[in-house]
Design a protein around this ligand. Structure first.
Ligand code: UTP
Length: 275
């Protein structure tokens, strides 16, 4: 139904310097798997087998990760070490990887517009791999695809955050249609607690309908001088419909050091099966 997922991976990752000086933030490993691979596995599970990456300078390690390493394959063929490549081999068997470079980092909205050449004129997923989402049942994107079948409009994933943290997120307000499902009326990027319309914060999972591209083209730079996806979504909600969905599962903000450490401990304790 939705076959493509866009991965904006061009950001500088300044919160993780100096680790991210020459290494993409998305390649930071949570235990033994890079963040972006968790994201790709979630997208593939949701049926989005074309993974469209919006990359930038210094991000070649991501392209290399989703390719065969002949030398490595040759070296470890027939040895007990092949099991370590199992998860990435599965991903490579199921997924197709396309790339485009964002030449100037003008924000998430601009990164998505840059990805239009890869997604074309159809609904698509967006996954920000520094938000690691884990669920024992279906992943967050798979849950959102089910909702898309019902509503056929753009959907943002949300979670409740403490009021003092609203300034880190896009925040929505809207009518509650069913438990956990809202029709978005208002969206504000990074509001101070006193200006926030609620404590429902947008996290890094979206399904977008392609009319978002025309809106993004008309969207002026907003907060931080960047083209904000939130501003375009607000306009899309005004013209038609955008839904917000309180997902099932846990989300870790791996773009921040505390969130990353929390995720590492959680994955090690709950998912890592040892040698
Ligand atoms: P962030 O706000 O997390 O920015 O971007 P960042 O640069 O990655 O990290 P910090 O804040 O400097 O530590 C959210 C997502 O949007 C992508 C990022 O790669 C990240 O996945 N992005 C952001 C782009 O692809 N291009 C941009 O111009 C901006």
């Amino acid at each position: 139904m939705i076959s493509k997922c866009l991965f904006p991976v061009a950001g500088y990752g300044t919160r993780f310097l100096p680790a991210t000086k020459s290494m993409p933030k998305e390649m930071l490993p949570v235990v033994n798997k890079p963040l972006v691979q968790y994201g790709v596995e979630e997208a593939i599970e949701a049926g989005m087998t074309t993974c469209a990456m919006v990359t930038g300078r210094g991000k070649r390690a991501i392209a290399d990760h989703f390719d065969i390493s002949y030398e490595l394959e040759h070296q470890i063929a027939g040895s007990g070490k092949e099991k370590y490549l199992e998860s990435i081999r599965n991903v490579l068997e199921q997924g197709v990887f396309t790339m485009v470079r964002q030449r100037e980092m003008k924000g998430l909205g601009h990164a998505i517009l840059t990805g239009q050449v890869l997604t074309g004129n159809e609904p698509f997923g967006v996954l920000l791999s520094d938000d690691l989402c884990l669920n024992d049942g279906p992943g967050v994107l798979a849950q959102m695809v089910e909702l898309y079948k019902q509503f056929r409009c753009s959907i943002v994933a949300i979670q409740e955050v403490p009021p003092e943290e609203t300034h880190k997120y896009g925040v929505i307000a809207g009518g509650c249609l069913k438990p956990g499902i809202y029709s978005v009326e208002q969206m504000v990027e990074k509001p101070a607690p006193e200006d926030a319309p609620s404590n429902l914060a947008i996290i890094g999972r979206y399904i977008l309908t392609p009319d978002i591209f025309d809106i993004l083209r008309e969207t002026e730079a907003g907060a931080n001088g960047e083209i904000q996806l939130t501003d375009a979504l607000q306009e899309q909600a005004r013209r038609g419909c955008v839904m917000a969905y309180k997902f099932r599962g846990r989300r870790f903000d791996c773009g921040s050091v505390p969130g990353f450490v929390e995720a590492t401990n959680f994955v090690y304790e709950n998912y890592y099966s040892g040698d």
